[in-house]
Design a protein around this ligand. Structure first.
Ligand SMILES: Nc1ncnc2c1ncn2[C@@H]1O[C@H](COP(=O)(O)OP(=O)(O)OP(=O)(O)O)[C@@H](O)[C@H]1O
Ligand SMILES: [Mg+2]
Length: 368
């Protein structure tokens, strides 16, 4: 009962209304079998009493059968009425929930700006602090960072330090608590959301694939893309070789949530999808973690060659994935601890040195 109550409870739903509806549902749920039992008990009673009267010659079997038929018809009618009330009650509960969705106010209010004022691909975090909605724990604290057009910036840091939170402020999945995020010189809150999100392509940490052919999974990034462009982005994402060797090439069906593919294959398809989108900012959130180092290096080389003008933000855990970036940002507990090139950080950032030592150490051990 508690579980059903929790399921029905949705958003700001009226608790009293839900409790009343639950009570009605429970009463009707018990009424249905109770009505059936009552009906058959009455039939048995008529048969029992009727048989005695037939034996005594006071009535005929035909009269008894007629009585049974009329009684069952009457009780069936009552049963139908019960079911009708049951359906009305379910419908009322569903309508209550539907109404909450239909009439809910969006938390992010759309601006009306369509285009930025600075060069396309500029991103600025201006003293940004942020906490997830419903949480008073700050995830990002006074983050300031400017990313130039065409630059590749890598973000590193321990798990849970706020990397995904930082990049999700760029397409305005959430609003900042303090400070501002600017894309092309304009605060993201001033953009029309579609205009802002058209500028940004994201390959998420968890690749979302759908139960459709590989081609359509890729062209999700740009439904009007030509066959040549789809093949070209698959090549950039280093996905073309495994796609071509699949049973039906680009027409091969992907199982629901990409279950028929390996982790690295899924990642490469979602990278191809992101690269296909004609955007000016590309965000990879740990999107190459399942690729071997050679494939990953080939991917970045092909990407830089094909889309040099795109601003790229790459979240990664491996030094090998970030060392070629123009700048590496080291995040710690929601703050920028250091920012610089691989060589600069090796000299100046203790955390980066530790990560470097642990990973090079591991590679050394593995090679032995
Ligand atoms: N939707 C959410 N609501 C509340 N807190 C969240 C939410 N998502 C993440 N957090 C918390 O915010 C912090 C930062 O999360 P975030 O996803 O940005 O970490 P991350 O650096 O990307 O970690 P990882 O390397 O594991 O992906 C974490 O402590 C996490 O528990
Ligand atoms: Mg993350």
């Amino acid at each position: 009962m508690r579980e059903v109550y929790e399921k029905l409870r949705f958003g700001k739903a009226n608790d009293d209304l839900i409790r009343t509806q639950l009570r009605i549902l429970v009463i009707f749920a018990f009424m249905n079998p109770a009505m059936n039992a009552l009906m058959y008990m009455i039939v048995v009673m008529i048969l029992y009493m009727g048989s005695a009267q037939v034996r005594a010659g006071m009535t005929t079997p035909g009269t008894i059968m007629a009585a049974i038929t009329y009684t069952t018809q009457l009780l069936n009618g009552i049963l139908m009425l019960v079911m009708l009330f049951q359906n009305i009650s379910k419908g009322a509960a569903s309508w209550g929930r539907l109404k909450e969705i239909l009439y809910s106010e969006p938390e992010l209010v759309d601006g009306n700006c369509e285009e930025g004022t600075k060069t396309r691909g500029t991103i600025e975090f201006r003293d940004v602090s942020f906490a997830f909605p419903g949480s008073d724990q700050p995830v990002l604290k006074h983050v300031s960072l400017t990313i130039r057009p065409g630059e590749t910036v890598a973000i590193m840091g321990a798990t849970g330090c706020g990397k995904t939170a930082l990049v999700s402020l760029i397409p305005r999945f959430y609003d900042v608590a303090e400070g501002a995020v600017l894309v092309d010189g304009v605060d993201v809150r001033e953009y029309r959301q579609k205009a802002l999100r058209d500028k940004i392509a994201v390959a998420l940490q968890k690749s979302e694939l759908f139960s459709m052919p590989i081609r359509e999974n890729i062209s999700w990034g740009d439904p009007n893309a030509s066959e040549e462009r789809i093949h070209a982005v698959a090549e950039i994402a280093q996905a073309d070789s495994f796609i071509r060797s699949a049973s039906e090439g680009f027409d091969t069906m992907v199982a629901e949530r990409g279950m028929s593919l390996s982790g690295g294959q899924k990642q490469r398809i979602s990278i191809a999808r992101a690269v296909l989108k004609p955007a000016e900012i590309l965000i990879f959130d740990d999107s190459t973690s399942a690729l071997d180092l050679k494939t990953e290096a080939d991917l970045y080389e092909a990407l830089n060659e094909a889309r040099p003008e795109m601003t790229k933000i790459v979240i990664a855990q491996r030094i090998a994935s970030v060392r070629r970036a123009d700048r590496i940002v080291v995040l710690q507990n929601g703050r920028i601890e250091a920012c610089g090139t691989h060589e600069e950080l090796l000299k100046s950032c203790r955390t980066y040195q530790d990560i470097y030592d642990s990973q090079i150490g591991k590679e050394g051990e593995n090679n032995e």
